[in-house]
Each structure stands twice: as C-alpha cells, then as structure tokens.
Design a protein around this ligand. Structure first.
Ligand code: C5P
Length: 229
C-alpha cells in the first residue's frame, strides 16, 4: 500500500537533475527506484518496434499494458531490456524523449502505466522520479519534491550527460527541444507537469548535486525518515 511504504517523489522538467538525484537518494536510503520516464520511453520504443503510430491511442495503451520490460543490473551497470533486448542507450536519445512525450500526452497510455508504476512501491521505501509522481501516481507520498532549473542550465546538463554517454548532440537544438517538451508536458490535459500543492520546490540552477542531496536528506530527516544516513 502506498500509505504504509514511505515514498519520496521527485518531479520536474527534463534536465533538472531528477534522474541523478533520484538515483543517489535511492542508493543513500537503500530504497527502490522508479524511473517513470523510462516507462514512457519504452512504450514509445515498443511502438516503433511494432510499427504502431504514435497517435494510435488504443494500440499504444495496449502496448503499455503488456510492455515486456526488465531492469537488470550487470556488474553494477543498470540496463533496460525491452522484450529481452538491451535498449538502454536507444531510449536515451532526444528523439526517444520526444516520442515518449508524444505517447505520454495520451490519457489511455497514462492509465495503462498507472498500476505498473504503483507496483514499484515496496518496502523499505521508494524514490519515484517523473512528472506526475506527487500529483497523480503517489498522492500520499511522504515527501514531494519539485526540482527545477533554468532552461539554459538544463540544456547544458543534458548536453554534458549525452556527451558522457557517447551520444551526439547540439546545445542549441537541445535547448529548443527542452523548451518544446516543457511546453507539451505542462500544457497537456492529463497529468500536466506542475508541482503538487504540498510539494517543496527546489531550484537547482546554482546548486551542486551534493547540495541537493543534502537538502533532501534534511527534509526527510524532518519527517523522521533519514535515520542513520
Ligand atoms: O524523464 P524523461 O525525460 O525520461 O521522460 C520522458 C518523457 O516522458 C517526458 O518528456 C514526459 O513527456 C513523459 N513523462 C511523463 N510522466 C512521467 C515521466 C515522464 O509524462 N511521470
């Protein structure tokens, strides 16, 4: 039950540092991690694989419902498998993010992924990274964080991340893509990107990763949840 297991939700726009911070917090707390964006990216990837149009809502919802995915860790390296194939890199490109954002705007797809996301909520706790973790998926979360950063800073971070992963990118097109994706994610009718009423908003433009982690640990401690870390 979501009420009994502590949940830390980390929502916000792309490139705000959610993925990095969520991973570090999950490690620190020894909690499970839900990368909900990966589920939307995987649904879009499954659509490409099965030649389903990105606006065929019923067919996409069916794909989302029956998505055959696994998140094994090999030699400390997390991997993402779709129907047994390693898609860890292919789902991280900007094109994959763009497709994910398209399928994520469809209500039936979001509904199909809802229970799958809630199933990640298992003891001893869950760190949930996404856009609607605090507003829709885990409304009773213990601590809800909304991470932001300026669009320029987010484009710069994404660029660096892609470079490190060996993926080609251009900073100016990344900025344009980030702005377009922000607009689509915030303006969509279902589960738009916005902070939950009870979320703590943290602007990370001028904060280092350790500073953000410390701040979140402090907020968890205030809720009696960060003993011994
Ligand atoms: O976080 P990430 O960039 O992997 O997410 C890819 C896309 O999936 C986002 O741009 C957004 O449209 C969608 N998404 C969503 N709800 C979530 C997580 C991601 O709509 N909880």
């Amino acid at each position: 039950m979501t009420e009994q297991v502590p949940v830390l939700t980390i929502d916000g726009p792309g490139g705000a540092g959610k993925g990095t911070i969520s991973g570090l917090m999950a490690d620190r707390l020894n909690w499970h991690l839900l990368d909900s964006g990966a589920l939307y990216r995987l649904t879009a990837q499954a659509a490409v694989r099965h030649q389903v149009a990105l606006d065929d809502e019923a067919a996409l919802a069916e794909l989302a419902q029956t998505l055959d995915v696994a998140f094994p860790v090999d030699n400390g390296q997390p991997r993402t498998l779709l129907e047994g194939d390693d898609v860890s890199r292919v789902i991280r490109t900007e094109q994959a993010g763009e497709r994910a954002s398209q399928v994520a705007s469809l209500p039936a797809v979001r509904q199909a992924l809802l229970q799958r996301q809630r199933d990640f909520c298992q003891a001893p706790g869950l760190v949930a990274d996404g856009r609607d973790m605090g507003t829709v998926v885990f409304p009773d979360a213990t601590l809800k964080i909304f991470l932001t950063a300026s669009a320029d800073e987010r484009a710069r971070r994404r660029y660096q991340q892609l470079q490190e992963a060996g993926v080609d990118a251009s900073l100016s097109s990344l900025l344009k893509e980030i702005q377009a994706r922000d607009a689509r994610d915030s303006q969509r009718a279902v589960a738009p990107l916005k902070p939950a009423d009870d979320a703590v908003t943290l602007d990370t433009t001028r904060l280092s990763i350790p500073e953000v982690v410390d701040r979140l640990t402090e907020l968890l401690a205030q809720r009696g949840l960060a003993d011994g870390i």
